[in-house]
Design a protein around this ligand. Structure first.
Ligand code: ADP
Ligand code: MG
Length: 619
């Protein structure tokens, strides 16, 4: 290294980077300050570390801080730190001849050159020091290294192909960066503007950031998520939540944890009172704030949570995430996947605890967020089983309260090995379903599923604790053996076989193509008939899914099953075959069965016939 201030050429990659930064317009220009503050913070962290063992250095008493100042007339801003500093040689290598990994990742990611992509990459991971050239006409970096006998030097560049280095005067340890703003970047020559950027991007930097002559601190400095949970009050947690989201209601619960292995991460997550964001919500999108060593690297990080937990808000601070690693890089992706796994587990655990300790709060959670959990079960192939314990249902025996699968299984009757459910449109029609005759009579609990999302959820929930889930409307259903108990009332006599055959023939003739078959069943007690799927039909769940997705829906053809002991059939068989009433009764039985299945396309159309039947009854 010579003492002359001959221009030194930037490394080729850096030239390329500078060219892009200078000649494109970015909406994300603010982040240049974040990058410079992040470097200052790194330099302070390093000197902090040196001083653990060595205090025989330049300015050992200097406050570890970052100072910003503005000259509004000259349109310059200055960023000064009392960090580790750089020697002349270090200035040359660090700021010009070695491309940091960030620069290379940036160039890779911007090969396709779309402006949106550029803004994304700069905004999310930064391109380090060079981002200053988005706003700078020229930059002078004056630095003095921490060694006692060090000499100050100044690096100077305009964003062209070269930079210069010369001796400089600086009494104190650390680095001073002076920026002359471009004419289109003069907005940054304002203390309040800088203060606002610090608040947004560097609020939790570990060292104080002072702005202006009065040295007012601009950042809140303490990263609450890095404090020990036992040192924090509920009110502090809630205050931070409100600062983060600008929501007015306190969160339902929070998760604050520090993990050391396999990764050092700090996470502070909140479950908002409601899934919808408030009108004045600060956070417009889903996703967590991702910091690395307290520097914000991504505002809305959605790949840290499975999509069904997208309602969570909060901050993740991962020590080992390289700040300059582009999002697409394999290393970053693998790290993110590991963090995601840890977070997901913590959320499930916290929700289970909530369910155990505060059942009312959990019920409230379920009402607000149950849909998300169901969605997760329907779609998350890898992790759906961890969600099963979170699910709550109404059942035939608990139509008001919420029952978990675990509770259902605990209440199963002797010899019952299946979890029974029924699908329907609403609680009231489900309660009257003929499919429940047997279960009602023998006291088996049946889960009632009336939420449109339930059919989707069932696609991913076929078994719990080794008990298969069983739809009570399935035609091939094997009934649980009823416990032997003395018959309270003798069942009424079934119709003689001849009469039955005649009746079934009448039903078939009347309903024709609308049913695939008519037959008797022993499953019904109170109801006269029910509709079941013919063999080989699409599952009832899938039928509902299709219906909800409106995929060429038409009333599916089903088998009409009749109760041979029902008085209506007995009376029907006594009527002359050509009696007009017979046709109407058959039509009405069929359409009532459609209705109770939630399949009737136009219930009001039954009214004229019902009126006709009333008239006949009153005759
Ligand atoms: P990165 O921070 O990822 O290393 P940058 O482009 O932001 O990449 O910075 C390049 C290098 O310049 C840093 O690694 C560091 O060695 C040096 N540097 C930048 N700013 C400072 C500073 N304020 N104090 C000391 N060294 C600095
Ligand atoms: Mg940096």
């Amino acid at each position: 290294m010579t003492d002359t201030n001959q221009p030194i050429a930037f490394k080729a990659e850096i030239k390329q980077l500078l060219n892009i930064l200078i000649h494109s317009l970015y909406t994300e220009r603010d982040i240049f300050l974040r990058e410079l503050i992040s470097n200052a913070s790194d330099a302070l962290t390093q000197i902090d570390f040196v001083m653990l063992t060595d205090r025989d250095i330049l300015d050992p008493e200097a406050e570890l801080a970052i100072r910003l100042s503005v000259d509004e007339d000259a349109k310059t801003i200055t960023i000064r730190d009392s960090g580790i500093g750089m020697t002349r040689e270090e200035l040359a290598t660090n700021l010009g001849t070695i491309a940091q990994s960030g620069a290379r990742a940036f160039l890779d990611a911007t090969k396709d050159n779309s402006d949106q992509k550029l803004a994304d990459v700069i905004g999310q991971f930064g391109v380090g020091f060079y981002s200053v050239f988005m706003v700078a006409e020229w930059v002078r970096v004056t630095s003095r290294s921490y060694q006692k006998d060090s000499q100050a030097a100044a690096w100077y560049a305009t964003g062209g192909d070269t930079f210069t280095i010369e001796d400089a005067e600086q009494d104190t340890r650390g680095t001073t960066i002076e920026i002359k703003l471009k004419s289109d970047a003069e907005e940054y020559a304002s203390e309040s503007r800088l203060r606002q950027i610090v608040k947004t991007h560097s609020d939790y930097v570990r060292f104080p950031i002072y702005i202006g002559d009065d040295e007012e601190q601009a950042n809140r400095q303490t990263a609450i998520w890095r404090q020990a949970p036992r040192e924090l009050e509920d009110s502090e947690y809630n205050e931070f939540y409100k600062h983060l989201t600008l929501e007015f209601e306190d969160p339902i619960t929070r998760i604050h944890f520090v993990a050391d292995a396999p990764l050092r991460i700090f996470a502070l997550l909140y479950l908002p009172a409601k899934p919808e964001r408030g009108v004045f919500a600060l956070r417009k999108e889903d996703g967590l704030k991702l910091y690395t060593r307290k520097v914000l690297i991504q505002e809305y990080t959605t790949d840290l949570l499975p999509s069904h937990f997208r309602f969570m808000q909060g901050v993740v601070d991962a020590e080992d995430l390289p700040l300059n690693v582009s999002r697409e890089s394999v290393q970053a992706t693998a790290l993110m996947a590991r963090i995601k796994k840890i977070l997901t587990k913590q959320i499930v655990k916290q929700l289970e605890t909530l369910a155990k300790d505060q059942s009312d709060t959990y019920a409230n959670f379920w009402q607000n967020y149950g849909l998300f959990i169901k969605e997760g079960i329907a779609s998350d192939q890898s992790d759906r089983e961890s969600l099963y314990p979170l699910v709550r249902f109404h059942t035939t025996q608990h139509s008001e309260s919420w029952v978990s699968l675990t509770e259902y299984v605990a209440q199963m009757k002797d010899g019952q090995d299946k979890i029974y459910y029924i699908l329907g449109d609403d609680d009231r029609s489900v309660a009257r379903s003929p499919h429940l005759d047997y279960f009602r009579k023998h006291g088996y609990e049946v889960i009632t599923l009336t939420d449109p999302m339930d059919s989707f959820m069932l696609l991913g929930l076929r078994e719990f604790a080794e008990h298969p889930l069983q739809n009570v409307a399935a035609p091939d259903l094997e009934l649980p053996a009823a416990e032997a108990k003395p018959e309270e009332e003798p069942a009424s006599e079934a119709l003689p076989a001849d009469d039955l055959a005649g009746i079934i023939a009448r039903f078939k003739a009347q309903l024709g193509e609308r049913i695939t078959d008519a037959r008797t069943t022993d499953r019904l007690t109170d109801s006269v008939a029910r509709l079941v799927d013919p063999e080989g039909a699409l599952d009832q769940e899938m039928q509902r899914v299709y219906r909800l997705m409106d995929r060429d829906y038409e009333v599916p053809k089903k088998v009409l099953e009749l109760n041979p002991r029902h008085p209506i059939l007995a009376r029907l068989s006594q009527l002359p075959a050509d009696d007009a009433l017979v046709a109407s009764v058959i039509e009405q039985i069929y359409e009532s069965a459609l209705l109770i299945e939630g399949l009737h396309p136009d219930p009001a159309s039954m009214l004229p016939r019902i009126q006709q039947l009333i008239e006949a009854a009153l005759r």
